[in-house]
Design a protein around this ligand. Sequence first.
Ligand SMILES: Cc1cc2nc3c(=O)[nH]c(=O)nc-3n(C[C@H](O)[C@H](O)[C@H](O)COP(=O)(O)OP(=O)(O)OC[C@H]3O[C@@H](n4cnc5c(N)ncnc54)[C@H](O)[C@@H]3O)c2cc1C
Length: 380
Amino acid sequence: MDFELSEENRIFREAIREFAQREIAPLVEEAEASHTFPIQLFKKMGDQGFLCPRYPLELGGGGGDKITECIMVEELCRINPGIASGLMVQSGLATAPIYRFGSEEQKEKFLIPAIKGEKIGAFGLTEPDVGSDAAAIKTKAVRDGDSYAINGTKMFITNGPICDYVIVAAYTDPSRRGEGINLFIVEKGTPGFTVSRKLNKVGNWSAETGELVFEDCRVPAKNMIGEKEGGGFAQLADTLVSGRITYGARSIGTAQAAYDLTAQYAKERVQFGKPISKFQINRFRLAEMAMYVDIMRSYTYRVAWMYDQGKKVRKESSMVKLFTSEILQKILADAMQIHGGYGYMMEYPIQRYWRDGRLFTVTEGTSEIQHLVIANELGL
Ligand SMILES: Cc1cc2nc3c(=O)[nH]c(=O)nc-3n(C[C@H](O)[C@H](O)[C@H](O)COP(=O)(O)OP(=O)(O)OC[C@H]3O[C@@H](n4cnc5c(N)ncnc54)[C@H](O)[C@@H]3O)c2cc1C
């Protein structure tokens, strides 16, 4: 067994850490205050192969693997989970279906520009009335000659307000629950596609989230991902298995930042004549936080490694998502408690990680849905 990162991965971690400090950290306050994503980052990261690090070099990616992608997300979340989420969608949900199942033409037109940061992608599955029960989506795509007419509404879409294209899940055959779904690439500017509103969120302010409406929106038939009608549900499942591993890295980076901020605060804050880090309860809490971060990291990277080996990790990726996002809630609650009243003040950064991380038990499959997947995979 070898628990060390490879030489390439270590070099990548140093490079992305340095990039995040230099290029992203200075943008955080403005992005958070204005609730806008600093879109220049797409191109900046794309130019260096940082944006989609696991895709091959010949497509403009970093030539890495799933572990590389996890390192990227972990390092970016330490700096700002909101900005990281917009970039994480680009490296995963908004590109993976095209990479895995798209045509050569779709790769040329959408995937390569997205990997290079020249086009911003989004991924639209959730609807106003449909979240966890993904097979119940109401959006439909009806074939008409060389195009499909898409009708429906997509809710809570990360990068929706700033995207150049969105991958939309829609039924081509509503009579086949789940099986009759396909994924379509819809370009910004296509008549009938509008961003009806940008949503105000509790956290992740520097990521832009929107509601997207499709009204008789005609997309060329060649924008359907996959060669035949149906089969989109399997493409979604494939995309989510990978995404849930990356999600572990999202929780690790957020947890590491919370630990770092809290350990530093506890050493500096003095009560009863000594730093509060010297009180046993805080020492123990900090010790537990560090222990959890280490376990989160070990497990997530192990499953990322399994994924890279081509192993089937449907169960394990849900375990990563469930475990890391739930433990993160405890870490964040303890971090806030150790910060006392200052933790509740906006000028202290810990509140941002607390607000941002609260989301993580909800998106890309709630904790309850992860339990269901794991139980199903166990044959229970
Ligand atoms: C900030 C943000 C960004 C997002 N980005 C995207 C995006 O880019 N693309 C996208 O498609 N979606 C996105 N989402 C949507 C997200 O994936 C959904 O919110 C999530 O899947 C849950 O769906 P829901 O909110 O409709 O909750 P619901 O499905 O209505 O669930 C409500 C509660 O009921 C529980 N529940 C539901 N079914 C069961 C069951 N069978 N057994 C036990 N409990 C159950 C859930 O676990 C949850 O606790 C985003 C959401 C947010 C908030």
